[in-house]
Design a protein around this ligand. Structure first.
Ligand SMILES: [Zn+2]
Length: 329
C-alpha cells in the first residue's frame, strides 16, 4: 500500500506522524502548510490511514478491513471536508461537516479524522466555529488542516494547532528523483530543480508537461538569438507567446535563470555551477559579448518587467522594454 515513501523529503513531518502513533500522543489539530505540489495531501492521507488501521502500527498495514476502506475512499471515519463555493469554506460547511459530525463516536476504531484541504479558504466565521471544536475536541477527534497560506488563519487557530511546514527538497535529491522515476536527462533535471525551488510536484509537472517542454525550447531559441534579432522580430515573438498563452511569469523565471547562469559563468568559469549545462556553448558565447554592467541591467529589467506585470501595466510594453534591454546589453 502506498505510504510516506510516495512523498520525497519532508522527513521531519513523517517522523512526527509516526512518532505520534508510536507514543499514542496524537494531536487533535494540525496545520500542514506548504506550496501546492509539496505533498501535503498525501502526507495527511497516509497519516489518516495509519490512524485508522486496525493493526495500530506506525503505518497502515494495507491488509485490514479499515485499510481497504480508506484505500477505496469509503471509510466512515475519514472525512474530507468539502465546500460548495469554490472560493470559500463557510461557517455552514464547518458546522455540518465537522461540528455536528465529530460528536458522533467513530464507527470502528479509536480515531475519527477530518482533512480540510485549502483550509486558508475558511472564512473568519468558519474559523471561529472550528475553534470551538479545537478548544474542546473529543478524545478520538483529529483535524488536519492543509494550507498554502498560514497568514490566512486567526492567531487563536494557529496557537491551538501543531504546525507542520513542508520544506523544499534539496536540488540533489530532486535531480536524482527526476532521473530515476521520470527518465529525465541530467541536464534537464538540473533546470527543472532550479526552476521548481524544491517543490517536487512542480518538478514532476515540468518533466511531464509538453507545454513546459515547448516553453523551454522556445525560450532557449529566443535567448540564444536575441542580440541578432531586430525589433519587428522581438515584437513578433511577444505576440507569439501571447497567442499561445504561455505563462509569462514562467518565461521571466526562465530568463532569470539563464542570465544568472551567464553572470555566474563569467565570474567563475565553472561549468559545474551552471544550470543550463547542455547550453554551455551558447552561454559561453553570450558571456563573451556581454559585460557585467549589461548583465546586471538585464537582470534588473526582468525584475522590473515582473513588477510591471503585477501592476497590470500594458503587458506588451513591459515585455518589449525587457527584451530590448536583453538585445542591447
Ligand atoms: Zn490496516
Amino acid at each position: 500500500m502506498a505510504g510516506y515513501e510516495e512523498v520525497l523529503g519532508q522527513d521531519s513531518i513523517k517522523e512526527f506522524f509516526r512518532n505520534s502513533i508510536r507514543t499514542g500522543n496524537v494531536p487533535h489539530a494540525c496545520i500542514l502548510s506548504g506550496e501546492d505540489g509539496m505533498g501535503k495531501r498525501k502526507l495527511a492521507e497516509t497519516f489518516a490511514r495509519a490512524l485508522l488501521c486496525e493493526k495500530g502500527g506506525e503505518e497502515a498495514c494495507g491488509e485490514c478491513h479499515s485499510c481497504k476502506q480508506t484505500a477505496s475512499g469509503s471509510h466512515p471515519d475519514l472525512i474530507f471536508v468539502t465546500h460548495e463555493k469554490p472560493a470559500s469554506i463557510g461557517v455552514d460547511d464547518v458546522r455540518e461537516q465537522i461540528q455536528d459530525s465529530i460528536v458522533i463516536r467513530p464507527y470502528n476504531g479509536t480515531y475519527k479524522v477530518y482533512i480540510v484541504d485549502e483550509a486558508e479558504k475558511m472564512t473568519v466565521q468558519a474559523q471561529n466555529a472550528l475553534l470551538k471544536t479545537i478548544e474542546e475536541p473529543p478524545s478520538y477527534g483529529v483535524i488536519l488542516l492543509l494550507t498554502t497560506n498560514l497568514d490566512a488563519f486567526l492567531p487563536t487557530i494557529l496557537s491551538r494547532c501543531v504546525q507542520l511546514k513542508c520544506k523544499p527538497v534539496s536540488d540533489a535529491a530532486g535531480k536524482a528523483y527526476l532521473m530515476e522515476h521520470f527518465q529525465v536527462s541530467e541536464a534537464r533535471a538540473e533546470v527543472y530543480t532550479a526552476f521548481a525551488r524544491g517543490n517536487v510536484g512542480k518538478m514532476v509537472d515540468m518533466a511531464t508537461s509538453e507545454e513546459f517542454q515547448n516553453m523551454y525550447d522556445r525560450m532557449v531559441r529566443l535567448l540564444k538569438r536575441i542580440k541578432e534579432m531586430d525589433i519587428s522580430e522581438l515584437l513578433a515573438c511577444i505576440k507569439e507567446l501571447k497567442d499561445d498563452s504561455v505563462d509569462i511569469y514562467d518565461c521571466l523565471d526562465f530568463m532569470q535563470l539563464w542570465y544568472r547562469d551567464i553572470l555566474m559563468y563569467k565570474v567563475t568559469r565553472d561549468i559545474n555551477l551552471m544550470v543550463f549545462k547542455n547550453e554551455h556553448n551558447a552561454i559561453n558565447e553570450i558571456c563573451e559579448k556581454s559585460g557585467y554592467d549589461g548583465l546586471e541591467l538585464i537582470l534588473q529589467a526582468i525584475d522590473k518587467a515582473r513588477v510591471r506585470l503585477n501592476a497590470n501595466v500594458n503587458q506588451d510594453l513591459a515585455l518589449e522594454l525587457m527584451l530590448l534591454t536583453m538585445k542591447e546589453n
